[in-house]
Design a protein. Structure first.
Length: 347
């Protein structure tokens, strides 16, 4: 079981209205160690032997080759007397682990959010995620890919966590302390037969939420797609005019024929910007038909359409053959047609 809720989805015509956007207030992009002064994280529990820190292709990597250690890094959103950014508020990160969940949720990656009156922790593995306060979980995640995690709150009390666009915790907690921060790290070696463990973090970002962002581009571009090249396509990318995210249940799909694919994930691409989002489908779009994906965040409805068929506005190979043959006949006829010869009468 993948543990991901399928949703009917439709690609929609690109919006041309005014763009709104989430505001990204902080971003750690995994290109320096977290406690580098330019990143600003604190080492609550330093990564010490046998834990190893490294940087690889824009990722911060924690590795535990052969023994137990707990590593933890925290970042202040705000502390007294300062107030945090106002809600609605979001935190987002990507996490990838080569470690499967075995028998204890707190034996791999972890992420904590303390904002407003709420506080909660999620425990992450390569193929599963668990929340602490909500006691919710998702199993069957794709261990071969990084997952995109997101926290959102409208008021600092009610909140939700999601993985790849699927909400798995919807909870409320109100016990304000005046301290607002995020933490991430890992706990390895609960059982030596689970080692080694390698955890990778692409980014950690947070900011405030707005709605109604415009989709300004798709990859591949919307319209007709050659079935020979795109017949097995199960992913496409949307780019917004500003930073934005979309959940599975905000996307619906319709087709003019055949079986409609379902959206099973919305995730960031590796080292991508927060205005770009990959949409993952459970199956290819039906050939010979139009698939429409509709994005509705409650403020703006946008559509993008893909048609897996030859574009009638572009001549096919056979059509080009007729055109070329016609041109050749016309040209040959002009060249070989007899020419009238005029001569002056002889005296």
């Amino acid at each position: 079981m993948r543990g991901i809720i399928g949703v009917i989805v439709v690609l929609i015509g690109l919006s041309t209205g005014p763009a709104l956007g989430d505001e990204t207030l902080y971003r750690y992009e995994g290109n320096v160690l977290p406690y580098d002064p330019t990143a600003g994280w604190n080492q609550n529990n330093p990564c010490e032997d046998p834990c190893v820190e490294s940087l690889d292709s824009g990722h911060f990597v924690l590795t535990w080759p052969d023994g137990y250690d707990f590593a933890n890094y925290s970042y202040w959103i705000a502390q007294p007397p300062d107030d945090p950014p106002p809600p609605p508020f979001w935190v987002e990160w990507t996490f990838e682990s080569d470690h499967e969940w075995v028998d204890s949720e707190d034996c791999d990656g972890r992420f904590q959010v303390h904002y407003g009156g709420m506080s909660d922790t999620v425990y992450m593995h390569g193929d599963a995620v668990f929340s602490h306060s909500g006691n919710d979980f998702v199993l069957g995640l794709d261990i071969t890919e990084a997952q995109t995690y997101r926290y959102e709150t409208p008021d600092g009390i009610d909140y939700r966590f999601s993985v790849d666009g699927q909400v798995f915790t919807d909870y409320a907690f109100d016990n304000p302390s005046g301290y607002h921060y995020i933490q991430f790290g890992g706990n390895a070696g609960c059982s030596l037969d689970q080692l080694p463990i390698v955890d990778e973090w692409d980014f950690v970002r947070y900011g405030t939420i707005d709605y109604g962002e415009s989709i300004i581009a798709t990859d591949p571009p919307e319209g007709y797609l050659d079935p020979a090249a795109y017949g097995n396509m199960t992913r496409f990318v949307v780019t917004y005019a500003a930073d934005n995210y979309a959940y599975i249940d905000e996307i619906s799909v319709e087709v003019t024929g055949g079986t409609a694919p379902e959206v099973i994930g919305t995730r960031r691409l590796d080292n991508s910007e927060p205005d770009t989002l990959q949409i993952v489908l459970d199956r290819p779009m039906p050939i010979g038909h139009t698939t429409t994906f509709t994005f509705d965040d409650g403020v703006r409805v946008q559509t993008v359409e893909y048609t897996l068929a030859a574009d009638p506005a572009v001549p096919t190979v056979s059509a080009w053959g007729v055109i070329i043959l016609t041109l050749l006949i016309a040209t040959t006829g002009t060249i070989l047609s007899p020419q009238r010869v005029y001569s002056e009468p002889r005296p």
